[in-house]
Design a protein around this ligand. Structure first.
Ligand SMILES: Cc1cc2nc3c(=O)[nH]c(=O)nc-3n(C[C@H](O)[C@H](O)[C@H](O)COP(=O)(O)OP(=O)(O)OC[C@H]3O[C@@H](n4cnc5c(N)ncnc54)[C@H](O)[C@@H]3O)c2cc1C
Length: 346
């Protein structure tokens, strides 16, 4: 029996993968869509009630208004509910919990291997869009003790740290926000950052005055210009730039030092990776990589971003470009083009 050949396969069901799926669905394209986890997986690992920095109209997708009850910026929960409602509204079929484990171009087609709880599956498509994001795994410090059970690279729920000593490592939005939220949840917070000070223009502007005040009054202890050299069950050893080393006692450590892209699929498919972020090479007018028929969209275009400049709000146009290049279809433009310089780093 000959294998069905789809017009396109979409890999990744974050906001941009879903937006692309709606465009293909509306255009009557025969496509198949996968996510390794549930839809919106990257957003799902934000801490509960984290609020987006972007305004709602900038992160709304596919022309579906994102409306919040209090007209404020959406929270994690509101945005995940919104993504579900978009999938429901267009009745999109997404093969969730089905990671694409291999991707090769053969005889003018792409062969994709996926994995499910029932075993492996094979798929074939003429075109592929990788919307796989850029935050697949934490950036490790590479110090002894980093794998101990009281150490986490994800900030999930401040309640876990009530009346506990928490050492938070990092100095960008994630670390600053975690420090404030843990403090308000009754934790004793210490902040360690490798730079001599916080880079304030990259941080959500409403967080800084409060953090500064808490650090100035010693309610949040901070060590700038400090690096973790060793983690033990009792805490961590920090080294200052002048070489001084000392121990900080901690019940929990949150290492919020960023995330890295998994480049396996890009590499397997033969996509060239370039620059310090190992970003995939693509034509910015079409989003097509150096492999004909293989496209990238969303934050996947940035590789492992050192400083976050690619967000949902400046990725919507990828959908239009891909629809035009893959299928000569003009899809509707729904979104405001954002001023990326306003965005803080995660
Ligand atoms: C705390 C926090 C706050 C943020 N605030 C904002 C904000 O205000 N505004 C903003 O624009 N952005 C914000 N971001 C960043 C935002 O989450 C990303 O910009 C957004 O999720 C990128 O969307 P995407 O569709 O490109 O990729 P992602 O949302 O990362 O989706 C990628 C998807 O691909 C799937 N995938 C990966 N590999 C495979 C594979 N091999 N097979 C199948 N599926 C795969 C993943 O499971 C995932 O669901 C924030 C991030 C954090 C952590």
């Amino acid at each position: 029996m000959s294998q069905h050949v789809y017009d396109a396969a979409i890999v990744g069901a974050g906001p941009i993968g879903i937006e692309l799926a709606v465009a293909m669905h509306k255009a009557g394209i025969d496509y198949v869509h996968f996510d390794a986890k549930q839809i919106g997986y990257t957003v799902s690992w934000y801490a509960p009630q984290t609020r987006f920095f972007s305004s709602n109209e900038r992160i709304a997708i596919a022309g579906v208004p994102l409306i919040t009850p209090e007209q404020g910026k959406a929270t994690r929960e509101q945005y995940l509910a919104y993504l579900r409602s978009v999938v429901e509204q267009f009745d999109l079929t997404i093969n969730t919990y089905e990671p694409v484990t291999d991707l090769v171009r053969r005889d003018g087609y792409f062969d994709l291997a996926t994995h499910t709880s029932a075993g492996s599956r094979q798929w074939r498509a003429r075109n592929v869009a990788l919307c796989t994001g850029g935050t697949d795994r934490p950036r490790m410090l590479g110090v002894p003790g980093e794998d101990l059970p009281h150490v986490s690279h994800y900030f999930r729920d401040p309640h876990e740290y009530f009346r506990k000593r928490v050492l938070i490592v990092g100095g960008r939005n994630s670390a600053v926000e975690a420090a404030l939220r843990c403090h308000h949840a009754g934790a004793r917070v210490t902040l360690s950052y490798r730079r001599p000070q916080l880079v304030e223009q990259g941080i959500k502007y409403w967080l800084m005055p409060e953090l500064r005040s808490l650090m100035n009054t010693g309610r949040i202890q901070s060590y700038f210009g400090s690096c973790v050299t060793h983690i033990s069950p009792a805490g961590a050893r920090l080294r200052l730039t002048d070489g001084t080393e000392f121990e900080v006692a901690a019940d929990f450590l949150l290492l919020l030092t960023g995330y890295e892209q998994d480049m396996t699929l890009l590499r397997n498919a033969g996509v060239e990776l370039s620059g310090p972020c190992l970003a995939p090479r693509y034509d910015p007018t079409t989003m097509q990589t150096n492999i004909p028929g293989l496209y990238v969209a969303g934050t996947a275009i940035g590789g492992t971003q050192e400083r976050y400049t690619i967000f949902i709000e400046n990725c919507h146009e990828h959908v239009e470009k891909i629809m035009r290049s893959m299928f000569h279809v003009e899809s509707e433009r729904h979104v405001v083009v954002a001023d990326t310089a306003e965005m803080p780093e995660s």
